[in-house]
Design a protein around this ligand. Structure first.
Ligand code: ADP
Length: 804
């Protein structure tokens, strides 16, 4: 009998009438931590809890409690209180009256059977199993059997090798062995391929079950399907990778939260066993809750609901939110909006779960159920975990989109700047204080042909044109002083040896001792400008020449016409035997022919002289002469002419005699030219003065008039060849515009110079400076040559273009 008692799970204590313990079975002895012999002989009163009224009640009225269930509290050997359900019996034990206590350790104050326990374990959404030391399953719950799409009984007494793939089984066995060997629990995650070859992840807690001798009797395990979290984790890792690889984020446009959630949508809908799932995100900017992802039934009606308008306060205010979870569809405000008339589809329940991140609600997950599927709607905790993940993914996505946007804006701005730099300037360089290049743009290669490496390995002055080194040093000094410089130009040598003109705008940053320089290649511009200048000069010369030729032909034509018509007149008179033609008329005609012939002669002379000077074989014949008398003589020779014109001519000199080496002929040409101009451009009652004075090294001869003068802007040009200053007044006189240029050449041949001062409408003064040089071996002719005749002729020639 005692043997039987020892095999029971329940504890058995047998006492005699006085309370002395006659027997305690194995179960109770171990529960109270005594050894068998210690228990036998003890009085039950020594181990009952005397403070407990129920226990006292039972113990003092044992007969009353026979076959009645009650509770009793006992102390273990170490003094721990233990509660037992107790049933009292009265029987004979080894020939004497005795009371039996049948003791069940009280757990929930209810009596659970093994079947109850199994039912509970079957409800748990985790796979639970127990294996014996041979690796055979001695217990599995329903969830665990479902993993293999099997019944519980199909798995019992099988090993892993009979239900898992061999690789998995080896792995599991390894872990089980470890648990047994070290008598310690292990938590492990394991990937495997399910019945339809789908990838699954499980997390299993494995622990040893020990017997009272601390030996491993069984191994047990609790397995949880973590496939979905794993997939999310992988997606999160991917998004994280994208986050940190900012560059790739700009180029990979395919990543977003919707894609991540879409990737797991079938897992999610399977797991939830819902008929429809939608994920809604709240957009703060427009106060709208918008559906982002829809599966199953939810897909059907989402097109009708582009958004639900909810104010930010209403959306984020917790009091508007009932507890997350599944309830009948009629119930809630937000839900009403999210499901509309879905009743037609047979939807009866809906689940609503907040997606929150960092305390802020950013959206909701909405599930739809056609019927009250207890299993499905018991998944709240799982969904909440999912929602947290969603929160992270969505925030992550929003953040990455913001960053992407910012980066692309920045990139755009940078590109614009680069474009601007590339188009606005040709060269960009950052130059260090030691003249080395710190940074260069592509222009240096495109324009000058130097590669970046070449430039970085040399000094910036190495490619400056040697003649511009000093200039460049000065520019750099100025830049350091002023911090900014614009429009400075120097030359650079290209790799192929070409010279480039670069115009720089530079900035000096003293704190970093660097100069930032932007340059424009103006070589072509310069060349074009130079060409333009030469071209313009040539054009101007051509213009002057053509003007000259039209003038000169006019100059030739006018006297020739006069001569021809006069001669025609004479011929006519002779031919008609006209007696009326008197001597005076003939003389007048002849004078006119003479004057105009002289005018032609002057022109021809001037042209010949100019041509000779240009060709370089015009000669002057220097003689030591008294310049004072040469000038005086020629002046006086035109005095009569002036008088005739009603003009006053004054000759005045500070020196009586000054011997210098000169060509009398040429001096006369000079003087006659200046005097004839003075007459030409002076009115009738005008005054002309010739003045001579001697200075240290020079003789100064000036010819002044009080005539029309020369306009200021034209004054520089009158000595130029072919120039005829045109104004209305000059029209009254004739001229070829080569007289003064000849005068200048003649003066310069004497080693002298000529200049002019004039005030418009007041008068003009020409001043000649001749050096007081004499010919060493030259003799001085005391007498001036009698050239009165030739002088008169010269005057006539030079004055021939002046008409009365
Ligand atoms: P031209 O044969 O036309 O006189 P010149 O070479 O002698 O040629 O003179 C050039 C121009 O200088 C003249 O056309 C005239 O406009 C100006 N000029 C020269 N001398 C005088 C002066 N004394 N007063 C005013 N203008 C003068």
């Amino acid at each position: 009998m005692e043997q039987i008692f020892n095999n029971l799970d329940q504890g058995i204590i047998i006492i005699d009438k006085c309370g002395k313990i006659l027997m305690g079975n194995d179960s109770i002895v171990s529960k109270l931590e005594f050894s068998k012999c210690e228990v036998v002989g003890l009085n039950i009163k020594e181990i009952i809890c005397k403070d407990d009224s129920i226990t006292n009640e039972v113990m003092s009225n044992l007969s009353m409690y026979i076959q009645r269930k009650s509770k009793i509290k006992l102390y273990s050997k170490s003094g721990k209180k233990k509660v037992f359900n107790v049933t009292v019996g009265k029987e004979e034990w080894k020939g004497q009256d005795a009371f039996y206590f049948i003791l069940d350790e009280d757990i929930l104050s209810t009596n659970y059977t093994k079947a109850d326990l199994e039912r509970i374990l079957d409800e748990i959404p985790y796979g639970i199993w127990v294996k014996n030391l041979n690796g055979k399953y001695v217990y599995v719950n329903k969830k665990y059997a479902e993993i293999f799409h099997k019944e519980k009984c199909d798995i019992l007494l099988c090993t892993d090798y009979e239900i898992w793939h061999e690789n998995n089984s080896d792995y599991f066995k390894g872990i089980d062995d470890e648990v047994v060997k070290f008598k310690k629990p292990i938590l492990e995650q394991h990937k495997f391929y399910g019945a339809v070859n789908e990838e699954c992840w499980f997390e299993t807690y494995k622990a040893p079950l020990l017997n009272k001798n601390n030996e491993v009797k069984y191994t047990m395990g609790i397995s949880r399907d973590i496939t979905l979290s794993k997939r999310l984790e992988e997606e999160l890792a991917r998004s994280h990778k994208n986050m940190i690889t900012l560059n790739s984020m700009i180029t990979t446009s395919d990543y977003d939260a919707e894609a991540v959630i879409n990737n797991i949508k079938y897992d999610l809908i399977n797991r939830l066993k819902a008929d429809g799932v939608s994920v809604w995100i709240y957009e703060n900017g427009c106060s709208k809750l918008k559906p982002k992802i829809t599966f199953g039934l939810s897909e059907k009606f989402i097109n009708d609901i582009p958004y639900v308008r909810i104010s930010k306060e209403q959306f984020s205010n917790m009091s508007n939110w009932p507890k997350d979870g599944v309830i009948p569809i009629e119930d809630r405000f937000i839900r009403q909006n999210l499901i509309k008339d879905l009743k037609g589809e047979g939807v009866k329940y809906s689940g609503l779960y907040r997606i929150a991140f960092n305390g802020e609600i950013i959206g909701v997950v909405h599930t739809l159920y056609k019927d009250n599927n207890i299993y499905s709607i018991k998944n709240d905790d799982f969904i909440k975990t999912m929602c947290n993940h969603f929160g992270m993914i969505i925030k992550n996505d929003m953040l990455s989109k913001d960053i992407k946007c910012e980066l692309s804006k920045r990139k755009e701005a940078e590109e614009e700047l680069q474009l601007f730099l590339d188009t606005a300037v040709d060269l960009v360089a950052i130059v260090a204080y030691d003249r080395s290049f710190l940074r260069v743009n592509s222009g240096w290669t495109d324009i000058l042909g130097w590669s970046e490496e070449e430039l970085y390995s040399m000094n910036s002055y190495d490619i400056v044109h040697p003649d511009d080194i000093k200039l460049t040093e000065d520019i750099v000094e100025e830049l350091k002083e002023k911090k900014k410089l614009r429009g400075v130009v120097n030359r650079y040598i290209a790799k192929n040896g070409d010279i480039h003109w670069i115009e720089w705008s530079s900035r000096y940053i003293p704190e970093r001792q660097i100069s930032i320089c932007t340059g424009r290649d103006i070589t072509k511009l310069r060349e074009a400008e130079e060409q333009k200048e030469t071209y313009e000069q040539a054009l101007a010369l051509e213009k002057v020449k053509s003007e000259f030729f039209s003038n000169i032909s006019h100059e030739f034509k006018t006297p020739l016409n006069i001569i021809l018509t006069t001669m025609q007149l004479i011929m006519k008179n002779i031919g008609s035997n006209n007696q009326s033609i008197d001597e005076a008329s003939i003389l007048r005609y002849m004078n006119s022919i003479r004057q105009n012939s002289f005018r032609l002669l002057k022109l021809v002379n001037n042209l010949i002289d100019i041509t000779k000077i240009d060709a370089g074989y015009y000669e002057i014949h220097l003689e030591n002469q008294n310049i004072v008398s040469v000038v005086e003589d020629i002046t006086i020779s035109v005095a009569g002419y002036m008088e005739e014109k009603g003009m006053e001519l004054v000759f005045d000199t500070d020196v009586e005699e000054e011997i210098i080496a000169c060509d009398t002929d040429k001096i006369e040409r000079i003087m006659l030219n200046l005097l004839s101009n003075a007459v030409k451009y002076t009115s009738k009652d005008g005054k002309i003065q010739v003045h001579l004075k001697s200075e240290d090294k020079d003789i100064i001869i000036s010819v002044s008039d009080d005539g029309i003068g020369i306009e200021e802007e034209k004054i520089d040009k009158i000595f130029e060849r072919f120039v005829q200053v045109k104004n209305n007044l000059t029209r009254m006189c004739e001229g070829s515009g080569i007289g003064l240029s000849l005068v200048k050449s003649l003066v310069e041949m004497h080693g002298g110079s000529i200049n002019v001062e004039s005030e418009f409408s007041k008068g003009t003064t020409f001043t000649i400076r001749l050096p007081k040089k004499v010919l060493e071996d030259g003799r001085y002719s005391m007498e001036s040559k009698d050239m009165s005749n030739s002088k008169v002729e010269k005057c006539s020639i030079e004055f021939s273009d002046i008409y009365n």
